[in-house]
Design a protein around this ligand. Structure first.
Ligand code: NAD
Length: 334
């Protein structure tokens, strides 16, 4: 049963946390956050919201079946979620969604609250989005007197489920301190990267390096096989030599060449970090590179390789980005 706006407004904001965006990452993160908050303070209030109301309802049903005494409401809209809680966490797809949810819903609804409620509000956005958009939204939030951090994550769906994410945080010292204990319920490493936008800057630079490395490892593994090398031997050589990196030692794109490990390549590239999201992140890097006149020749090349892999094999969009190896194999006529 959905609550009315008036019912959500009656929730004590201080004890309430709202989570907006219950997709692959958000649902796991919210589960960890709320279960830990519930264990510490069983009178906590939880509010969940998603553009697909069935997702929020399914989350609530599942949570309440495991924590029957918990107070959890489904908000129809981000407006309802914002008025209900002092702490608002968002995990949305990208820049347009963050702009719409904050500038179109959260900020106007906070502005209608008494000023002491506004100043005690903390917004945590864990979306991976454009740094400039994130900074603009944070300064709108700060302008009305509330606090905000950008806190994108590294660690993927498995890390979100296990509660082992790394959070890369951008914001003032005060907002970082307030967000730290909330983020610690969802992750293992909480790193203050600098002022507003710095968390996203760090996240985008990391994924730029990762996206390029995954392609070159796929290239090396393919070339090695063309030269007659056993892929397991080649992987062992790279992983104990100067070419070794996460893309080769943990996420190797060739099935069966990491004994004792189970990368997505062993499950036809299911699970992991999907190519569509990696393409989005490469686009964020190349766009910000252009704006800052920073040459990114490998980043631009990698962006077009991922785009081309999805164009020629659309099913790769929803597979782990190490499936770029499959695309290169196709180009090699294999
Ligand atoms: P997702 O598409 O599964 O989830 C996004 C959720 O936001 C969906 O449930 C969607 O319905 C909801 N949503 C969209 N617009 C909304 C609105 N206006 N109001 C309320 N809800 C709305 O995406 P995801 O995989 O969970 O990724 C979320 C973010 O995390 C992205 O920015 C992504 O780049 C980043 N990220 C993802 C991974 C990963 O492995 N999936 C890893 C690291 C970072």
């Amino acid at each position: 049963m959905h609550p009315s706006l008036r019912c959500l407004q009656r929730l004590p904001r201080a004890k309430s946390t709202s989570f907006i965006g219950l997709g692959r990452m958000g649902s796991e993160m919210a589960y960890n956050l709320f279960s830990k908050q519930f264990a510490k303070a069983p009178d906590s209030q939880f509010v969940v919201c998603d553009a697909v109301p069935e997702s929020a309802q399914a989350f609530r049903d599942n949570f309440l079946s495991n924590f029957p005494g918990a107070n959890m409401e489904v908000a129809h809209t981000p407006v309802q979620a914002a008025v209900a809680s002092r702490t608002i966490v968002t995990m949305l797809p990208s820049s347009p969604h963050v702009k719409e949810v904050y500038s179109g819903s959260i900020i106007p609804s906070l502005q209608k609250l008494p000023s002491e409620d506004i100043t005690q509000t903390l917004c945590i956005d864990s979306t991976t989005l454009d740094v400039d958009v994130a900074r603009a939204v944070a300064s709108e939030i700060n302008a009305i007197g509330a606090l905000m951090v950008d806190a994108p994550v590294s660690g993927g769906v498995a890390g979100a489920k296990a509660g082992t994410l790394s959070f890369l945080v951008g914001g003032t010292e005060q907002s970082f301190k307030l967000s730290e204990q909330i983020l610690a319920s969802m992750g293992q490493r909480i790193i203050h990267c600098g002022p507003s936008g710095a968390g996203l800057g760090a996240k985008i630079c990391n994924n730029l390096a990762l996206g390029v490395q995954q392609i070159v490892i796929a290239e090396a593994m393919l070339l090695g096989q063309k030269l007659g090398l056993d892929p397991s031997v080649l992987a062992a050589v790279i992983n104990s030599s100067t070419g070794g990196c996460w893309a080769s030692s943990v996420n190797n794109p060739v099935p069966g060449c990491l004994p004792g490990k189970s990368p997505p390549s062993e499950r036809d590239y299911q699970g992991g970090f999907v190519t569509a999201l990696m393409l989005k992140d490469m686009g964020l890097a190349t766009e910000i590179g252009k704006k800052h006149k920073c040459p990114l020749p490998l980043g631009e090349a990698a962006e077009s390789v991922y785009a081309e892999s999805i164009r020629t094999k659309p099913d790769l969009a929803a597979k782990d980005f190490s499936s770029v190896y499959k695309y290169l194999k196709g180009r090699a006529g294999q």
